[in-house]
Design a binder for this molecule. Structure first.
Ligand code: F6R
Length: 624
C-alpha cells in the first residue's frame, strides 16, 4: 500500500517522479504528491485523487533542481484529503511514508505540548516533526533518522530529504518494502521495482533497519547506528515491457491472457523431462523430511488463500497429509499448534502482505519449517522463509490477482505430487501420469481463453441481476469463492461463493428471479492409474451439484453454468452454458478460474468501473 519514489541525479525530477508514480499507482490512489529540492528550497505539490490530477496541476509548474520524492497514497491514518497527502514538510524535513506508526499518538501529544503545530491527521507528519527536531539541534539527516528510529513502533518505509543537504536522499525500511536503483550519476529509491525498472536493472533490496544514503555519485548502506553494512546488488531479469499493457485495455485483461505462458514458465523449471516426473529442485533437501511430516498448515490472504484451499485438496489426495488452511490475519493471533514436524506454507503474490509476514514469524517462532510460494523475487517473504518456490508469473500489476492465482495452483499441484511421491502415497506410474497431465495445462488454458467472446456476452446479458451466487463442490468450492471475490472487487456487484452442499442451509433464501447462480460443474477425467474410486468420486460430486442446480431452477434463479465440453447434460438445465476443454479433477480448478476472471472483467467493464484500480483497494496490503 502506498507507492514511494525518490530521485537524485542530474536530470529534472518532475517527469521521473510522475512517471514512477504512475507505475506505482496500483499500490494506492487516494491522493498523490511530489516534492523537489533546489537551492535550499523545497516545493511540495499534493492533491486528492489520482496521479492524473497531480499531473494536471503540475502541467505548468517548472521545477528547478535534480532531486525529489513522490508518493501515491492508500489512506490509513486520516481521510484521503490534500492535507493528509504526502510528502509532508516540516521545517527542514520533507518525507514520504508507507506503513503505520503505532505509537504516533504519544509522540503527537508530546510535540503539541512543545508547541509544534500539527497540520494533518497522519502518523507520517509526526515523524517529520521528530526528524526536524533532531536536525534543528544540529544533527545531519542521517544522524537525525538514526536518533528517531528506535523510538518508533510499527512498520515503515520512509524516503526523506533535508533542505540543508542538497546531495542526499535517505531511504529506510522496517516491515515495508523499499529498494534502491543504481544508475549512472543518478540513483533511485522506490517501494517497488516496477517504478524504476525502465531506468535501471541494478537493484539493492533493503533489509529491515537498513538505511540507504543516496547521493548523485554513490549510495551507502548503513545500519541503525550509522555504520556501513554489507549489501548485495541484484540484476533484475523482469523486462520493462512486462510492465506495459502491450495493447490491452487493462492490465487485468493482459494478465488473464498471459496465463498459458505464466503456467508454462512456472511448470517448466520443476519437471525432469528425462524421468517424466515433477521434480522441484528447491525441495531436494526436504524430501526425507517430507516423509515424516505430520501436518501442513497453509496461510495466506484473499486470493492467495483461495489457492491454499485448492492446495489442501491436492495435498490431501496426493500425499494423504492432513492440511489446515487459515487466513494469515487469524493464524497470527490464535496461538496455532505447530511442532518441528509441521510445515507452514505461506502463499503470496507480492511477498509483502503484512499479515502473511507476521504469520511467517509466528511459524518460525514455533519451530515449524516454512515454505513460501511467492511471485516476487527478493520480497520479504521470499527472503525470510526457509524455502521458497517461485511462481514465474511475471509482474502482476492489475489489482485483481489472476495469473498469480493460477500459477499458485500449478505450484501446489507440483508440491502435492512431490510430497505424495516422497511419502509413497503415489507410485511412479501415477506420478508420471499426473505430470503428463500438468504439461498439457498451458495448452488447455489457451483453449479456455478462446471462450472469451461467449463470456463477454454472458456478462453483458446479466448486468441487471441483483446478486451473483457462485457455487461449487469439493475442489471447485474454493473456485466459487475466488469467482465471487473477483466479481465483487472489480465490479462492486454483490456476490457470494458457497460450497454447493451448503445451499439448503441458508443461502437458498436469497434465490429468486433476479439472482444469477454461477454453477461450476466440470466432468472430470482421471489418469488411468488413479486409485480406484476417484472417477466414481467425481461422478458423485457432479450428480450432487446437478441436484443443487435443480433446487435453484425451481426457485426461478438464472443458471449460468461452467461445465466441460465432454458433457451434454448441463445444456438442458442452464440458462447460459460455457463449456471448457475436458480436464482432470486436479486441473479443472485452474481452468475454471479463467472464465470466472473474464466474467468479472467484462461485468466491471460494462458497469464502467475502474478495472485495474478498484475503489478502496490496493495491490499489496503492507499494513495490518
Ligand atoms: C484479490 C487480491 C487479494 C490478494 C491478497 C494477498 O484479487 O489480489 O485478495 O490476493 O491481498 O496478496 P498477496 O498474494 O500479495 O499476499
Amino acid at each position: 500500500m502506498c507507492g514511494i519514489i525518490g530521485y537524485i541525479g542530474d536530470k529534472n525530477p518532475k517527469g521521473i517522479l510522475l512517471d514512477g508514480l504512475k507505475r506505482l499507482e496500483y499500490r494506492g490512489y487516494d491522493s498523490a504528491g511530489i516534492a523537489v529540492l533546489h537551492d535550499k528550497q523545497v516545493e511540495v505539490f499534493r492533491c486528492q485523487g489520482r496521479i492524473e490530477a497531480l499531473e494536471k496541476r503540475l502541467s505548468n509548474a517548472d521545477f528547478k533542481g535534480s532531486l525529489g520524492i513522490g508518493h501515491t497514497r492508500w489512506a490509513t491514518h486520516g481521510a484521503p484529503t490534500e492535507r493528509n497527502a504526502h510528502p509532508h514538510q516540516v521545517g527542514a524535513i520533507t518525507l514520504v511514508h508507507n506503513g503505520i506508526i503505532e505509537n504516533y499518538l504519544e509522540h503527537r501529544e508530546r510535540l503539541q505540548a512543545m508547541g509544534r503545530k500539527i497540520l494533518s491527521e497522519t502518523d507520517s507528519e509526526i515523524v517529520a516533526h521528530l526528524f526536524d527536531l533532531e536536525v534543528s539541534q544540529g544533527k545531519t539527516l542521517l544522524q537525525a533518522i538514526a536518533a528517531v528510529l528506535p523510538r518508533l513502533k510499527g512498520s515503515y518505509a520512509f524516503v526523506v530529504l533535508s533542505k540543508n543537504e542538497e546531495d542526499t536522499i535517505i531511504g529506510v525500511r522496517n516491515g515495508a518494502p523499499l529498494l534502491v536503483g543504481l544508475g549512472d550519476k543518478e540513483n533511485f529509491v522506490a517501494s517497488d521495482v516496477q517504478a524504476i525498472l525502465h531506468r535501471t536493472k541494478q537493484i539493492i533490496y533493503l533489509k529491515d533497519h537498513q538505511i540507504a544514503v543516496c547521493h548523485r555519485g554513490n549510495v551507502e548502506i548503513k545500519d541503525l547506528y550509522g555504520k556501513d553494512t554489507p549489501f548485495e546488488v541484484k540484476t533484475i531479469n523482469w523486462s520493462a515491457d512486462q510492465m506495459e499493457k502491450a495493447g490491452y485495455r487493462h492490465f487485468m485483461l493482459k494478465e488473464i491472457h498471459e496465463q498459458p505462458q505464466a503456467l508454462a514458465q512456472t511448470i517448466e523449471t520443476n519437471i525432469d523431462h528425462q524421468s517424466g516426473l515433477v521434480s522441484i529442485p528447491e525441495l531436494s533437501s526436504l524430501r526425507s523430511w517430507l516423509k515424516d511430516l505430520d501436518q501442513i498448515q497453509i496461510v495466506a490472504c484473499g486470493t492467495a488463500r483461495h489457492a491454499g484451499l485448492v492446495g489442501r485438496y491436492y495435498l490431501e489426495r496426493f500425499a494423504r497429509i492432513s492440511v489446515k488452511v487459515d487466513f494469515a490475519s487469524e493464524f497470527r493471533y490464535r496461538d496455532p499448534l505447530l511442532s518441528t514436524k509441521s510445515l507452514v506454507v505461506l502463499i503470496s503474490q507480492s511477498g509483502e502482505t503484512a499479515d502473511t509476514l507476521a504469520a511467517l514469524r509466528e511459524a518460525k517462532t514455533k519451530g515449524a519449517k516454512t515454505l513460501a510460494i511467492c511471485n516476487v523475487r527478493e520480497s520479504t517473504l521470499a527472503r525470510d522463509a526457509d524455502l521458497v518456490l517461485y511462481t514465474n508469473a511475471g509482474p502482476e500489476i492489475g489489482v485483481a490477482s489472476t495469473k498469480a492465482f493460477t500459477t499458485q495452483l500449478a505450484m501446489l499441484y507440483m508440491l502435492a505430487v512431490e510430497a505424495g511421491q516422497a511419502n509413497g502415497n503415489i507410485d511412479e506410474t501415477y506420478a508420471k501420469e499426473l505430470t503428463a497431465d500438468l504439461l498439457k495445462l498451458p495448452f488447455l488454458a489457451e483453449r479456455t481463453l478462446l471462450l472469451e467472446k461467449q463470456i463477454e456476452k454472458m456478462a453483458g446479458d446479466h448486468l441487471d441481476c441483483s446478486f451473483f451466487f457462485y457455487m461449487g463442490r469439493d475442489v471447485q468450492y474454493p473456485i466459487a469463492l475466488e469467482g465471487a471475490l473477483k466479481l465483487k472487487e472489480i465490479s462492486y456487484a454483490h456476490a457470494e461463493g458457497y460450497a454447493a452442499g451448503e445451499l439448503k442451509h441458508g443461502p437458498i433464501a436469497l434465490i429468486d428471479r433476479t439472482a444469477a447462480v454461477l454453477i461450476i460443474a466440470p466432468k472430470d477425467t482421471e489418469p488411468t492409474s488413479a486409485p480406484e474410486g476417484m472417477a466414481e468420486h467425481s461422478k458423485t460430486l457432479f450428480e450432487k451439484t446437478m441436484s443443487n442446480l435443480q433446487e435453484v431452477k425451481s426457485r426461478g434463479g438464472k443458471i449460468l453454468a461452467f461445465g466441460s465440453e465432454n458433457d451434454p447434460s448441463l445444456a438442458q438445465h442452464a440458462d447460459c452454458l460455457i463449456q471448457l476443454p475436458a480436464a482432470s479433477w486436479a486441473l479443472n480448478p485452474v481452468l475454471m478460474a479463467i472464465p470466472l476472471q473474464l466474467m468479472a472483467y467484462y461485468t466491471a467493464l460494462f458497469r464502467g468501473t475502474d478495472v485495474d484500480k478498484p475503489r478502496n483497494l490496493a495491490k499489496s496490503v503492507t499494513v495490518e
